[in-house]
Design a protein around this ligand. Structure first.
Ligand code: COI
Length: 356
């Protein structure tokens, strides 16, 4: 499946693009093109290419609009010191996208085609890749487009990648986030879609996020659905803890997203003198550890969030701080190393960066 480029007849004029790139915010500015491919049950994937970004035309009965048969991904393209552009571990996103497709009964795009699509789009819109610390956020997604109201896997779907120059997800919150521990609303249950990246998971998290905001918190920390006891993830991020005896602790996979940043940080841990440990962590252990100092730092990871320190937890039972209530040294060191790798400021010894 190739992605030939048909340039937009109306590209954004360079001065306007420069203005948008100067302060893009997160998720508000979009480039001139999309990558796309169509799937039908009888033809498979076809009609692939990079085209002008235009509004989609969907039948009002399109399955995605009714039954949320949709999956998505998030990855970034980074401007390198020599002016070139590189992607961070796109094969991991491709594999997770295929996993999500199987769970949502959508056609799985071949993983190589996923990387080709993203690469073709970034090549077409290379001028939209901002200077550090901003980057080009890429949002691949597949939606069920078949007009059919019976509930079954759609026989027509469309894959797209849209691109958005982006700054930080939590602008102005570098000092650290406050999380609301959600003891009523859950995100995912065993056997559910928690480990798939589908829109429905995020829609289901919005009410909990509103509760968090009402308590002046930045985000939610979800607990397991069965016992409301075990840490899961924070709506858009995985959660990791640093212990006083040198462990980098994080909840195991299962009902949470297999985050690319989560995985990368676990792989960087040993170089930072930390032992990566994936095991269930209870909210009681979190609270007790923060209070007695055996948990020294907590942070959240995500493509959009990068590595964001968490300095306070709040719940119906009250609140507690992590460490001194400021971003911890391990958090900052891991964040600095990850960003140095992504922006090509240190040698990529792990082969994580993929040049265009
Ligand atoms: C990401 O970090 O890529 C996400 O998908 C989180 C959010 C922006 C939905």
């Amino acid at each position: 499946l190739g992605f030939p480029h048909r340039p937009s007849p109306h590209p954004t004029p360079a001065p306007q693009r420069a203005e948008l790139l100067a302060d893009p915010g997160f998720g508000r500015v979009f480039t001139d093109h999309v990558a796309t491919a169509t799937w039908t049950v009888d033809r498979g994937w076809h009609d692939a290419g990079v085209r002008a970004a235009e509004p989609l035309s969907l039948h009002p009965a399109a399955a995605v609009l009714h039954y949320a048969q949709e999956i998505f991904e998030g990855l970034k393209a980074y401007r390198q010191p020599d002016g070139s552009v590189a992607l961070f571990r796109p094969a991991l996103n491709a594999a997770r996208f295929a996993h999500s497709a199987r769970r949502l009964a959508l056609p799985a795009l071949p993983e190589a085609a996923f990387v080709d699509a993203v690469t073709a789009l970034v090549r077409a819109d290379q001028a939209w890749v901002p200077e550090p610390p901003a980057s080009l956020y890429l949002r691949p997604f597949t939606v069920a487009t078949e007009a059919f109201l019976g509930v079954r896997a759609a026989e027509e779907a469309r894959f797209l990648v849209t691109a958005s120059p982006a700054g930080p997800l939590f602008a102005g919150r570098d000092a650290g986030l406050t999380l609301w521990i959600s003891d009523e609303l859950s995100r995912a249950a065993p056997g559910g879609t928690g480990d798939a990246k589908c829109g429905g998971n995020y829609a289901a998290g919005l009410a909990a996020q509103a509760v968090a905001r009402a308590h002046a918190c930045d985000q939610v920390l979800f607990l397991d659905a069965r016992e409301h006891r075990w840490l899961e993830e924070s709506g858009t991020m995985n959660v990791l803890l640093v212990t006083a005896d040198g462990e980098l602790l994080t909840p195991p996979l299962g009902t949470i997203l297999d985050g690319v940043t989560r995985r990368s940080v676990l792989e960087l841990a040993t170089d930072h003198g930390l032992v990566p440990v994936e095991r269930p962590v209870s909210v009681d252990e979190l609270r007790a550890g923060c209070l007695d100092g055996s948990i020294t730092e907590v942070f959240a990871t995500g493509t959009a969030a990068v590595i964001s320190p968490i300095v306070t937890f709040r719940s119906a039972a009250g609140e507690f701080a992590v460490g001194a209530g400021t971003a911890g040294p391990r958090t900052l060191a891991l964040r600095a190393e990850l960003l140095d790798i992504q922006f090509g400021r240190v040698p990529d010894t792990r082969g994580w960066m993929v040049p265009l």
